[in-house]
Write a protein that binds this ligand. Structure first.
Ligand code: ZN
Length: 257
């Protein structure tokens, strides 16, 4: 089965973290931890990795600070987190996600450190309100320059496509038919969207599940992280992931692009 789970915020208390992760792992095989100030201490990072290895079937990923590569303060904090993570676990190919915004001065120091480790840096697309293809080209260029991979946020992408009144099949086809994207997408973020915004539960907005399932099936090795707003992961979360798994099985047609 493909790795699928949720983006989670962990409590700072180590025992509460164990309660959360042990319960969570009954339902899902991976998660993405949002790195907040409350979990950057070395003991906390160590605890998360110990618990992840104890309970999860596969490796987790981390969403580091979104402006980590172009904001000095965020860079410094992220370097501390990176060092703590490397100390806790240096062997696994853990994905570290951060955002790409055009026209920023990207600092290559952290990407270099990550490049010299077993971890994988992944740049994520954000919401844009003009020229989606131009933004994607910039993302591809930045990732190539920094030696990073891609976390493709489907919700952000399709919300942007609809806001810019562009054609979603055409844009997805540009990605699906480009070898570079095929080789470099390591993770998907998934959430529904409507004209008001993103991060809706799947099925609550305008997402075309058939199209998305066929698209994601072109990338069989990329993990899927749900970024929806579900309160009860053990019931609604399980149902959401199961529903999407069924869509993936039902719609497997790369010719759609
Ligand atoms: Zn995302």
């Amino acid at each position: 089965m493909r790795d699928m789970g949720y983006r989670i915020r962990l409590p700072s208390e180590l025992t509460e973290q164990e309660e959360f992760i042990s319960r969570y792992s009954n339902y899902f095989n991976t998660f993405e931890v949002k790195v907040k100030d409350n979990i950057t201490s070395a003991s906390c990072v160590q605890n998360i990795m110990t618990l992840a290895k104890k309970y999860l079937v596969t490796i987790p990923s981390f969403h580091i600070i979104k402006d980590a590569l172009y904001n000095q303060q965020s860079l410094e904090k992220s370097k501390i987190f990176f060092q703590a993570l490397e100390k806790a676990e240096s062997d696994l190919p853990i994905v570290l996600v951060t955002h790409y915004i055009p026209k920023k001065e990207y600092n290559s120091e952290l990407p270099k450190q990550i490049g010299n480790s077993n971890f994988i840096l992944a740049l994520e697309n954000i919401e844009v309100d003009e020229d989606v293809l131009d933004y994607l080209d910039g993302l591809k260029y930045a990732a190539t320059t920094l030696g990073a991979k891609i976390c493709l946020d489907i919700g952000h992408l399709l919300y942007s496509v609809s806001k810019c009144e562009e054609n979603e099949t055409y844009i997805l086809g540009k990605i699906a038919n480009d070898v570079w994207w095929k080789e470099n997408i390591v993770e998907f973020h998934l959430h529904d969207f409507d004209s008001q915004g993103c991060h809706l539960n799947i099925g609550r907005g305008n997402i075309n599940l058939r199209l998305i399932a066929s698209f994601i099936n072109i990338f069989p090795n990329a993990r899927i992280i749900f970024e929806t707003t579900i309160d009860d992961l053990s019931v609604q979360g399980v149902a959401e992931v199961k529903m999407f798994e069924e869509e993936l099985t039902q719609y497997d047609n790369p010719r759609d692009f």
